[in-house]
Each structure stands twice: as C-alpha cells, then as structure tokens.
Ligand binder design. Structure first.
Ligand SMILES: Cc1cc2nc3c(=O)[nH]c(=O)nc-3n(C[C@H](O)[C@H](O)[C@H](O)COP(=O)(O)OP(=O)(O)OC[C@H]3O[C@@H](n4cnc5c(N)ncnc54)[C@H](O)[C@@H]3O)c2cc1C
Length: 343
C-alpha cells in the first residue's frame, strides 16, 4: 500500500517537507489553517505596493537552502538593496552588520511557500485547521475544524509553533514513553511577541540603509526597514516602512487595538528617524504576531525518539532559531528522513 503522510502547517517548513517528498513513494496531504500557505513568511498588497509584514527576507546562511532558491526557485527572486544599520536605546544610529543576501520575491516573500507546494505532489488543504490527531492501530487520523476526518496516515509531520504542536500531541491519546516529556518540552519553548506595522508615505525617504536593528534590545522599536529597497515592492517616489515593535513593548500591548498601537508608535518612529513627517503616514496596516520568534528549541534526541511512531517535526523551533532559512532546512531534512523510512 502507498504510504501516506500528513503535514500539519503550510509555512515554509511544511511546504519544504512537501517539496522534499515530491516524486517519492509517499502520498502527502498538507493541512493549513489559513486560506493561504506561507505562515510567517507573509505578504500583502495594496494597489501597486507589495510588503512583507512577517519575515522580511530569507538569507543565504544555509547552503542547501541557498542553492535551492538560486537554482530551482530563482524566478522573481530579488536581493534587498542596502545594508542593515544599528541603533541603541537612545536612538543613536550607527553603521552596522553583515551584508549577506536578503532574498525576497518581486511578489513578496510568501511566494516561496506557494512555489514549494506547487512543485510538490502534495494534496493541499487550505482553510483546514487540524483540531485533533488520533493514534489508532499504528496509524494516525487527522480531524479538521470543519469536521472532516482524514485517515489512515502512516506518519504525521507537525510544523505549527512548538506550543501549538504540544497541545495537539497532548490531546492525541497517544502513548509513548517519551510522550509527556515531549509535550512538556514543546509547551516550554519561549516565543517573542511582535507587533508589525506597515506605514506608507507618498514621498521618497532618502537614507543610506535598508534597515535599522536595535542591538541593545532596549528601545521600543526592535526593527525598522524600507520596503522600497526590495525591487518591485514600492512604486518609485513612494516609501513604506515596516516597523517591528520590541517584544516587551509588544507583549505589554498584546490585547491592544491595532489602530491604538500605531498611534502610540508613530511619534517613536518619527523620533528615531528624526523626521516629523513620518508621524503622518498616508495609510497604515498592522499585524500582531503572538508567536513571532522562538528563543529556543527542543532537544533533537527527544524529537527523534518518537519517529518510530511515525511522528516527525519541522519548523524554525526545531532549529531553535526564528529564521526562515532554518525552518526550510528542517522541512527538507524531515522530508529526507521520511523518504528513507518508506523507500
Ligand atoms: C515579524 C517577524 C519578522 C521576521 N523576520 C524574519 C527575517 O527577516 N528573516 C528570517 O529569516 N526570518 C524572519 N522571521 C521568522 C520566520 O518568519 C520564521 O522563522 C519562519 O517563517 C517559520 O516558518 P515555519 O514554517 O516554521 O512556521 P510558520 O510560518 O509559523 O508556519 C506554521 C503554519 O502552521 C499553520 N498552523 C498552525 N496550527 C495549525 C493547525 N492546527 N492546523 C493547520 N495549520 C496550522 C499556521 O497557520 C502556519 O501557516 C520573522 C518572523 C516574524 C513574525
């Protein structure tokens, strides 16, 4: 019988699992809660403006992922122009950090997950939140929020953020000697919250950098970047700032209204860039990322121990760092291991 694997989550990690299992003997069904794949690699459009409001870009820090993008997924791939500079708690700006590739797509960074699943052979179920996993007779059953049941699966790859993965497993009625330790470790992975703001202006903003990052982590703003440095994203003569508020600041305003968050943030932005015009954008947008970035991971030995029950994991938290290239890598690696198991 054809082995069947369910992938829960269609961020870049889940999409990479599906891609890695293309042309394999394994039949893959990918379940994504949202109406789109991409997860935290997320892009919106307004008129002719394209902006990445989650991950800003994918770096070339992982060789396998870099080769994949440059060779297989290079259509529309663009390198963000300009360096990343730094600022401190007092708003003092300084020349900064390394200048490796900062890839996105003309159509935005979320293009990549779509391409990965398009190139896979997976059946993709969007608007399909997995609310229950069950282990019965050495097979897995998947139940979605719209009361559909999918079964049987020989394996499941879990890619939601660690605490959500922990909750799914805790309710799965699955017994394994390491199950409790795993659920506890998953739920314990700490995450940063980030309010991400998009501020559009009808004029050009002339600066020598693409972005500013707060290095002492003691400013209200954690990151600020100029979307117009990404080819194809912002019409000439206009500008769009992506502002990521600091994790503590964001967590304190977790339940705040987006408009109120923007109102509070605008003078801070204008002050940091020393330009009063920036307190009055033409239009704005916002997104609260509750589980924005994991600050730790889960012991790989614990994750590997449950592969015997057909459970695999992928995602930035598996790598222990909130970076999209790392998430993609864990997806490719999980796909390789599953292929080995069933080939
Ligand atoms: C504001 C912000 C800025 C960032 N900046 C950068 C950057 O510049 N560079 C960089 O490399 N990285 C950056 N990152 C990190 C990067 O976005 C992530 O590391 C990466 O996208 C994680 O991918 P993933 O597939 O592991 O997880 P996710 O993208 O979170 O994907 C998980 C998916 O699972 C789905 N899901 C969850 N639960 C269920 C369920 N029960 N059923 C079905 N589907 C479910 C979710 O909807 C989601 O689509 C940033 C992140 C944020 C939030």
């Amino acid at each position: 019988m054809t082995p069947r694997v369910a992938v829960v989550g269609g961020g870049v990690a889940g999409a990479a699992v599906a891609y890695a299992l293309r042309e394999s003997p394994v039949e893959v069904t990918l379940f994504e809660r949202a109406g789109r794949v991409g997860g935290r690699t997320a892009t919106r459009r307004r008129g002719e403006t394209v902006y990445d409001y989650g991950a800003n870009y994918v770096t070339d820090d992982d060789e396998r992922v870099a080769d994949l993008l440059a060779e297989e997924f290079s259509n529309g791939l663009v390198d963000t122009e300009g360096p990343v500079w730094t600022f401190d708690a007092d708003g003092e700006i300084g020349e900064g950090r390394g200048n490796g590739r900062k890839w996105t797509y003309e159509g935005g960074v979320e293009t990549l997950a779509g391409r990965l699943v398009d190139r896979s052979d997976a059946t993709v179920e969007t608007d399909a939140e997995v609310i229950e996993l069950r282990r019965r007779d050495e097979a897995w059953t998947v139940e979605t929020a719209d009361e559909r049941t999918f079964e049987p699966f020989d394996g499941v790859v879990l890619t939601p953020p660690a605490p959500q993965t922990g909750d799914l497993l805790a309710a799965a009625g699955w017994s394994h000697e390491r199950a409790n330790a795993l659920v506890e470790a998953l739920r314990d992975v700490p995450y940063r919250t980030i309010w991400s703001l998009a501020l559009h202006y009808p004029d050009e903003l002339d600066r020598p950098y693409y972005a500013l990052v707060n290095t002492d982590r003691d400013h209200e703003i954690g990151w600020l970047s100029r979307e117009e440095c990404k080819p194809g994203h912002v019409p000439d003569g206009e500008s769009l700032l992506i502002v990521q508020m600091a994790p503590d600041w964001s967590a304190e305003r977790y339940d705040a209204d987006g408009a109120a968050v923007i109102e509070e943030a605008l003078p801070i932005v204008a002050d940091l860039l020393d330009d009063d015009r920036l307190a009055d954008p033409e239009w704005t947008d916002h997104q609260r990322w509750g589980l924005a970035l994991p600050d730790d991971g889960v012991d790989a030995e614990l994750l590997d121990a449950v592969a015997e029950d057909g459970l695999w994991f992928a995602g930035d938290w598996v790598a222990g760092e909130g970076r999209s290239h790392a998430a993609i890598r864990t997806g490719l690696d999980a796909g390789d291991r599953i292929r080995e198991r069933f080939e």
